[in-house]
Design a protein around this ligand. Structure first.
Ligand SMILES: Nc1nc2c(ncn2[C@@H]2O[C@H](COP(=O)(O)OP(=O)(O)OP(=O)(O)O)[C@@H](O)[C@H]2O)c(=O)[nH]1
Length: 240
């Protein structure tokens, strides 16, 4: 028979003693004593086992908590790396990454918009008021954007909406809804003036990239600004 492990030394000894006592012609007292020793040894073993189970439960609980915290922190880090802290929409890096990902598997319509004469808002009422206008514009965009749209802030007062698999025609209609929503919104500026934005809309076939999509939408946006602002301009379509 193999040797008993150290952990069970006391129990093994008690068991051996009990076997010996019961194997011999002993008196009742010796048997009772051996049984008592055995019982004590096994009660101790039971107590030790329960203590170890409790300790292992505690360790498992703590490990699960640490795991959860790690997952939360990873999620927070990922969120910060991909979102604009002021408005909560996607940041420039995330917009570039998603545009390229969409264009690798299909077409992409891209809307770029820029708040008109935004410098005046900052200069007249201060930066914090400018920030509330930026947030208000994002709220307007979210309110009317199609479900498929992914909204991002790519510059100070410049935003994009990605519309994967959507035609330029439909994207231009969505941009027009956005334009109307901003123009109709009361931004509660001290002089009661309205806020407007200009839009450029591009469409790229599968295989293109963010630079081409953004470049042509930005060119169209520039046209919208030149033509008097508060309007939507479409980029010339480039066939694949
Ligand atoms: N409040 C605030 N202002 C910002 C932020 N980022 C950029 N800006 C401001 O946005 C303004 C951009 O102004 P311009 O590029 O001259 O353009 P604009 O006045 O909007 O005029 P147009 O685009 O030609 O219609 C500047 O005053 C910047 O300081 C921001 O995070 N918060």
């Amino acid at each position: 028979m193999s040797e008993a492990p150290d952990l069970f030394d006391a129990e093994s000894r008690a068991l051996l003693a009990a076997r010996t006592a019961f194997g011999e012609e002993g008196d009742g007292g010796a048997h009772r004593h051996a049984l008592g020793e055995l019982l004590t040894a096994y009660e101790r073993l039971l107590r030790e086992t329960r203590r170890m189970v409790r300790r292992s439960d505690r360790a498992e609980f703590e490990m699960n908590q640490l795991n959860q915290r790690l997952q939360d922190l990873t999620g927070q880090l990922e969120y910060r790396a991909t979102h604009d802290p002021l408005t909560g929409v996607l940041n420039r890096a995330a917009i570039i990454e998603r545009s390229n990902r969409h264009l690798a598997s299909g077409s992409l319509a891209l809307i770029v918009l820029d708040i008109d004469h935004f410098k005046r808002v900052n200069d007249s009422f201060g930066h914090p008021v400018g920030d509330t206008v930026i947030c208000g514009v994002v709220d307007c965009l979210k309110g009317v954007a199609p479900a498929v749209a992914q909204i991002g802030r790519v510059g100070g007062e410049e935003f994009t909406a990605l519309l994967p698999g959507v035609s330029q025609e439909v994207a231009a209609q969505a941009a027009e809804q956005m334009r109307k929503a901003i123009a109709a919104h009361d931004f509660a500026l001290p002089d009661r003036s309205r806020v407007t934005a200009s839009f450029g809309v591009s469409w790229q076939a599968q295989g293109s990239g963010f630079d081409a999509a953004y470049g042509s939408a930005d060119e169209a946006l520039y046209q919208a600004k030149r033509r008097g602002r508060n309007q939507v301009a479409r980029a010339a379509l480039v066939e694949a």
